[in-house]
Design a protein around this ligand. Structure first.
Ligand code: ATP
Ligand code: MG
Length: 268
């Protein structure tokens, strides 16, 4: 058995999450059915914050794994490690989550190779188990266990996509940047600026989002708006804050940078 304390993965303080639609109720229903959930949406739009909030609301431990292309199945499932007494099995994060009944959040799962992704298959259908082949153990998932994955559909090439047999194991929720009124509320709360300043930051973001596909891969995220607001809160002028937190991270192209700087200057 795992000697890991599930309490260390509990979220004790309520994370601030501003619902944008009926995603909270839908997620609760999916969790009640122990349905695996996929969160789709652009960077910095609230996916991670949402999972943290839901884990807190449901009172379940949360184990997050940031996926990347170098990740192997062993990184998820576990491996034998050498120590002075010989070899010792160490559970990977997915195995720990299955044993203790955590919500296992696989962030940017399409980054992982397909042979890695398939290890979640038996956990995401009626079997709800995880074979540890090297160890010769079949772990039956705890009744509270659930898998959540996230990905950004805009970044996927044809090379990198989830197999249909993986995709069709999940219910999916679409995320996007919220409406101006809600995004302003988030920037006020997270960045600690006044409403008028937050409104201007949001308007600048809208300008940039309209340039998506016209020289920009992606518009300014809610995360960047929060960064800009935090700089303003530290005494940086709004103009300099917007340049540093909104414009410079987005583009290396001098013309596009000037276009965005000009947008900033019309508001500040
Ligand atoms: N609905 C929301 N309620 C509260 N805060 C939000 C919301 N949406 C975005 N935020 C703010 O935006 C920041 C970025 O959100 P988050 O980290 O959840 O993005 P993400 O979608 O997980 O991005 P990535 O795909 O890059 O991981 C949060 O730290 C939070 O300050
Ligand atoms: Mg995230």
């Amino acid at each position: 058995m795992s000697d890991i304390d599930r309490n260390q993965f509990l979220i004790n303080q309520q994370p601030y999450y501003r619902p944008v639609s009926n995603e909270v109720a839908l997620y609760e229903a999916a969790y009640a059915a122990r349905m695996p959930v996929m969160l789709k949406g652009p960077t910095g739009c609230g996916k991670t914050r949402f999972v943290e909030y839901m884990a807190w609301k449901l009172g379940k431990p949360l184990i997050t794994v940031a996926c990347n292309e170098d990740m192997t199945a062993s990184d998820l499932v576990g491996r034998f490690l050498l120590d002075i007494n010989g070899t010792k099995w160490q559970d990977g994060p997915l195995t720990v989550a299955a044993r203790i009944g955590a919500i296992c959040y696989l962030d940017e799962v399409v980054e992982a190779r397909q042979d890695t992704t398939v290890v979640i298959h038996p956990l995401t259908d009626h079997r709800r188990n995880l074979p540890l082949e090297k160890k010769g153990e079949l772990v039956t998932a705890h009744p509270d266990f659930q898998i959540v994955i996230s990905y950004n559909p805009n970044y996927q090439s044809l090379m990198k996509d989830l197999k249909q047999s993986t995709k069709q194991r999940f219910g999916a929720l679409d995320f996007d940047y919220p409406t101006a009124a809600i995004e302003t509320e988030i920037v006020v709360h997270e960045g600690g600026v006044d409403k008028a300043t937050a409104e201007k930051l949001v308007q600048i973001a809208h300008r940039s989002r309209n340039l998506k596909g016209h020289g920009l891969d992606e518009g300014m995220s809610t995360r960047l708006l929060v960064y800009a607001a935090q700089l303003i809160g530290k005494g940086v002028t709004p103009q300099a804050a917007a340049q540093m937190a909104l414009v410079r991270p987005l583009t290396d192209d001098p013309d596009m940078r000037d276009t965005l700087d000009a947008a900033v200057n019309t508001y500040f």
